[in-house]
Design a protein around this ligand. Structure first.
Ligand code: FAD
Ligand code: FO1
Length: 476
């Protein structure tokens, strides 16, 4: 009988273009997948029902894929450092392999699992799979230290050679019936639904879960929208972005597959405009990597503000205003449209993420960590590094050296939703209002009342002045 390797999946919920899994098959044909439903994550109060629904959907497809290859994906539930060694021991696994992650929680979890397996004499082996360049591969030339600023990171990152798609897996050997029984005694269960886990979400997801849907979406995007990405990515009513964020968060698609697709598209570009669309999209992939590298090297980012002047900032933290922001009832149409999109579909356009984040921090003077958490509670693509990076960028509390960024909601709407199409789509009670009112937000009181639309909860001009003053005081 061949040696058994268990492959522990976490945010790499696919078979194709999978570095760790391909490496396991180099050693043995008997590779069995494993996913541990982890109460350390699932019992937290910042987990979105939409995200768990997506994850479970990915696991369902992954389970089928393993079966088609002749093996299994085992599901267990419990603290990984107890549940995994127990299962590995019962199955007499030779080794447990997994891909690494940048998150502080992941680093601690993985250390404890590694130690517990070592105590039982079970080998472990790890890989960097979720990034094109692992942390430590992109360092400053001058001091060999991690970059804290995106632009020089991009310059270095874009120049380095990138790996091709990982080896295709055609067949695996799985557990025997007797071994499956043993696995059950050691805690293997049937895959629960998101609802079984306490997460209800009935709205269709923008991109359905799983490897197949992610592949299809990538192909669709590379056939069309990527060529106009530079132009269209900023307009929230246009389907101008890939919407692959959840697939990338959970590894339903391999990052090398995505990168190779961009290279193939570049070869097809006939105009500079098309080329620049593709390069701009590549730059977004590099933002994803930049924030993950930052999280890896500066885990304190996950605890709070990076810059000193924001560490004890006198946030007003008005609960009622926060509630209005969450519900999309601030009286600022572009802000409300964005928050309602988030609440309804578990996703928000990037331009709108920036608008509402600026509004929460600079207009409502509410701690950005409240917004960061609310996003995690709602987003189906919620990801610690990207979300924390986006919030610290918007709050001006992060590594970004630029001076204070304050977005004016009306100017943003005028530029990026000039006909109010996005606002009309999401704020249904004002969908028949004059475009000018929607875009400027200057809606006469009588109109507001007759459309049953709230009064603005703050005055942008007043708040902007107040925020700047507070900021100056903190700096001195
Ligand atoms: P595309 O425009 O098609 O971009 C392609 C991919 O690049 C995305 O899928 C994503 O993986 C990555 N990417 C794009 N922009 C960024 C960025 N600014 N930072 C990091 N990665 C990026 N993205 C998340 O994946 N999860 C989050 O929780 C998240 N929270 C955010 C919070 C705030 C306040 C802000 C301003 C941005 C946040 N982003 C987050 C980044 C960005 O808004 C989303 O990645 C993007 O809107 C997803 O849509 P898309 O897949 O169509 O992106
Ligand atoms: N990973 C797991 O290994 N087990 C889980 O139960 C689990 C739940 C989960 C829920 C929401 C979410 O956004 C991610 C989730 N993940 C889960 C993946 C998680 O991102 C990775 O495990 C990270 O490495 C944790 O730091």
């Amino acid at each position: 009988m061949s040696d058994l390797i268990l492959f522990w999946h976490r945010r790499d919920l696919r078979i194709s273009d999978h570095l760790g899994l391909a490496a396991a098959t180099e050693r043995t044909s008997k590779v069995v997948g494993l996913f541990c439903l982890d109460p350390g994550i699932l019992d937290r109060d910042d987990v979105a029902p939409a995200r768990v629904t997506y994850m479970i959907g990915c696991l369902a497809e992954l389970q089928q894929s393993y079966q088609q290859l002749g093996s299994q994906l085992l599901i267990i539930q419990g603290e990984p450092h107890k549940a995994i060694p127990q299962l590995a021991e019962v199955l007499k696994a030779k080794a447990v392999f997994w891909n690494l992650d940048v998150e502080p929680y992941a680093k601690n979890r993985d250390r404890s699992v590694k130690d517990a397996l070592a105590e039982k004499g079970i080998e472990t082996k790890n890989f960097w799979d979720q990034l094109l360049h692992a942390p430590g591969q992109i360092l400053t030339q001058s001091s060999d230290s991690p970059y804290k600023v995106y632009t020089p990171f991009w310059r270095s990152w874009s120049k380095q050679d990138k790996a091709g798609v990982a080896k295709e897996i055609k067949q695996l050997e799985g557990l025997s019936q007797a071994e499956i029984k043993l696995a059950e005694t050691a805690g293997a269960i049937a895959l629960p639904s998101a609802k079984d886990l306490g997460y209800e979400w009935d709205t269709p997801l923008l991109v359905p879960p799983g490897e197949t849907a992610a592949q299809e979406r990538l192909e669709e995007f590379c056939d069309r929208a990527i060529y106009c990405y530079d132009e269209e990515r900023n307009f929230p009513y246009v389907d101008g972005t890939s919407q692959l964020s959840a697939a990338l968060k959970f590894g339903a698609i391999g990052i090398r597959t995505v990168w190779q697709a961009t290279l193939a598209v570049l070869e097809n570009c006939r105009s500079d405009e098309a080329k620049s669309g593709v390069v701009t999209w590549q730059k977004e992939l590099a933002w994803r990597e930049f924030y993950q590298h930052c999280m890896f090297f500066f885990p304190e980012l996950s605890e709070g503000a990076y810059r000193a002047e924001f560490q004890d900032f006198p946030w007003e933290n008005d609960e009622a205003k926060f509630q209005a922001w969450c519900e999309g009832k601030t009286g600022y149409p572009i802000v409300d449209a964005s928050m309602r999109q988030l609440n309804e579909i578990g996703w928000m356009h990037n331009r709108c993420r920036m608008i509402v984040a600026s509004f929460l921090t600079k207009d409502l003077i509410i701690d950005w960590r409240w917004g960061e958490k609310y996003f995690m509670q709602k987003l189906y693509d919620g990801d610690l590094s990207a979300n924390n990076g986006g919030w610290q960028w918007s709050a001006s509390s992060g590594m970004d050296p630029k001076p204070l960024r304050i977005f004016n909601p009306a100017s943003q709407a005028a530029k990026f939703d000039p006909d109010g199409e996005y606002i009309r789509q999401w704020v249904s009670e004002i969908s028949s209002m004059d475009t000018e009112y929607l875009v400027t937000g200057k809606i006469p009181d009588l109109e507001r009342a007759s459309y049953d639309y709230p009064q603005p909860i703050v005055d942008h001009k007043v708040q902007q002045r107040k925020f700047k003053l507070l900021y100056q005081q903190q700096k001195n």
